[in-house]
Ligand binder design. Structure first.
Ligand SMILES: [Zn+2]
Ligand SMILES: [Zn+2]
Length: 99
């Protein structure tokens, strides 16, 4: 193979593509955490062999605009249209990400 392969990983939270070069991947070990530049979501490397690369979303820390409490948003708690429910005050929040 010639040239540098770049793997694009789509952030499950904001949909932004994170680019990982072969060099980046060589430095990553299972259990390492990658942080999305765009939304600060944390993802753990669960597979990194050859063409196989996998990440598991750990969560994204957000502050509820209604009650001011912080909580973690995960893939499970994220609903349609980036809506999450605050576990403290039960308000529905639209997540907004910086461009
Ligand atoms: Zn993201
Ligand atoms: Zn709240």
């Amino acid at each position: 193979m010639v040239g540098m392969a770049v793997l694009e990983v789509e952030c499950p939270i904001c949909g932004e593509f994170l680019e990982l070069t072969d060099e980046d991947r060589a430095q990553l070990e299972l259990g390492d955490v990658i942080v999305c530049d765009s939304c600060n979501a944390e993802m753990e490397v669960t597979k990194n062999e050859g063409d196989d690369f996998d990440l598991e979303l750990l969560g994204i820390l957000t502050t509820c605009p209604n009650c001011g409490e912080e909580f973690d948003v995960t893939e499970e708690t994220l609903g349609e249209g980036d809506i999450v429910q605050c576990p403290h005050c039960k308000a529905y929040i639209q997540l907004e990400f910086e461009e």
